[in-house]
Design a protein around this ligand. Sequence first.
Ligand code: FAD
Length: 479
Amino acid sequence: MAPAQNPIISQHVAVIGAGAAGLVTARELRREGHTVVVFEREKQVGGLWIYSPKPESDPLSLDPTRSVVHSSVYESLRTNLPRECMGFTDFPFVPRLEDESRDSRRYPSHMEVLAYLQDFARAFNLEEMVRFETEVVRVEPVNEKWKVRSKTSGDCSNDEIFDAVVVCNGHYTEPYIAHIPGIKLWPGKQIHSHNYRVPDPFENEVVVVIGNFASGADISRDIAKVAKEVHIASRAREHDTYEKPPMPHSNLWVHSEIDTAHEDGSIVFKNGKVVYADSIVYCTGYKYYFPFLDTNGYMSIDENRIEHLYKHVFPPALAPGLSFVGLPGMGIQFVMFEIQSKWVASVLSGRFTLPSQDKMMEDIISSYETLDALSLPKRYTHKLGKIQVSPLYYKYDYMSNHFVSKCEYLNWIAEECGCPHVEHWRNQEVVRGYQRLVSHPETYRDEWDDDDLMEEAYNDFANKKLISFNPSYFLESRT
Ligand code: FAD
């Protein structure tokens, strides 16, 4: 899209959430000349990365009256991507070598990611825009503006009018529970990974973990350290799958998906194997959830498809006043937030324009038709950029109806708002990182074969003067 001829307009913008997406959105909006208020219901920035040792009271998070715990982070969690490709483009997530209390590993712990986000907020004075312990409870369009109702921890409610609202509320808090035929009568314990923290409660148990991607692979191995047996049910595997991954977990098996559960405690897998289990852990993902949003019925969620969003960011009839940063899952999340928020900020200022409402809808409908033609369910709509590790995963381009890597989506947006493409090394680190995760889930964080990419990344940081240490010296100490 060509730059608009309009003068730059400064808007008053509400951002919901001060996680990674909300923080970088606030920065980009302010850089573009907008005034910004960030609403954050927690006491600090960081969102998902604020570890809460106490999970929700309902292990499946089904009770609507439960008190919600935002974070899904478990105690042993380390990043599932190399740190250098995770960070924002001008604030690299590199080890803080001067501070011994920090985790300098290439795949660091969740505490290090929180510390990085705190560093980021500090470096750009972002906290001054944040209203902590203030929850947004309602957002609605009013006379071409947006009314935002917020509630403080003292239960004080406040209505304010904004020109625009950017939703950055995260999407890993509302669990999706896969249905298992017969589960109602099955007598064991059930928990969703959202409420998993430590393996101790599973000591000496027989445990079935459903899901075998990042969280499923981690949690099953965490539990296997203390459990009698752990059986992973993987939808991505052939029906006859029954494998024992190599040591060190001699008590771990991988099956195809579950067929049925029974009153006598048995779980029958599609491969015909029967296991008498004490617990089921659902690592089956999450649902998009915007309880505060009232768009007079214009927007809705159907089978986890948010209807309707142009390029996963703008609802055509409400754009650009309402936008969403951070919805598509997987891959280089922080950089995706950064690029999407640059787009939002520059459209709001009038530097760039969106296509007409009709054109945006046409684009959306055409992307739905392509999913239908491929017999892919609606819930895949925002699963952009999944690395092709199984026939179930796909890469799909919403512009040209082609399979592509996620970076093409990001590069398309980057071009829309005049910012650089995703770096070659970053894209490749994600692809190779996920390949390692799938092929070597036990060791992928500590053994790698992409020193060349790491070198390219650190040299890039040095050339752009984003780091103060010598990359050669640093890299030698790493290999
Ligand atoms: P969040 O971090 O969830 O932040 C949303 C914020 O909005 C929260 O602070 C919340 O309190 C606030 N909020 C919500 N509703 C309201 C409201 N109504 N009013 C006010 N405030 C509100 N990504 C990676 O890049 N690397 C990884 O290694 C990685 N590991 C992950 C591991 C797990 C287990 C999970 C679940 C995700 C992982 N991710 C990873 C993806 C991760 O979610 C993103 O990286 C990112 O941190 C999400 O940021 P966000 O800002 O979109 O959401």
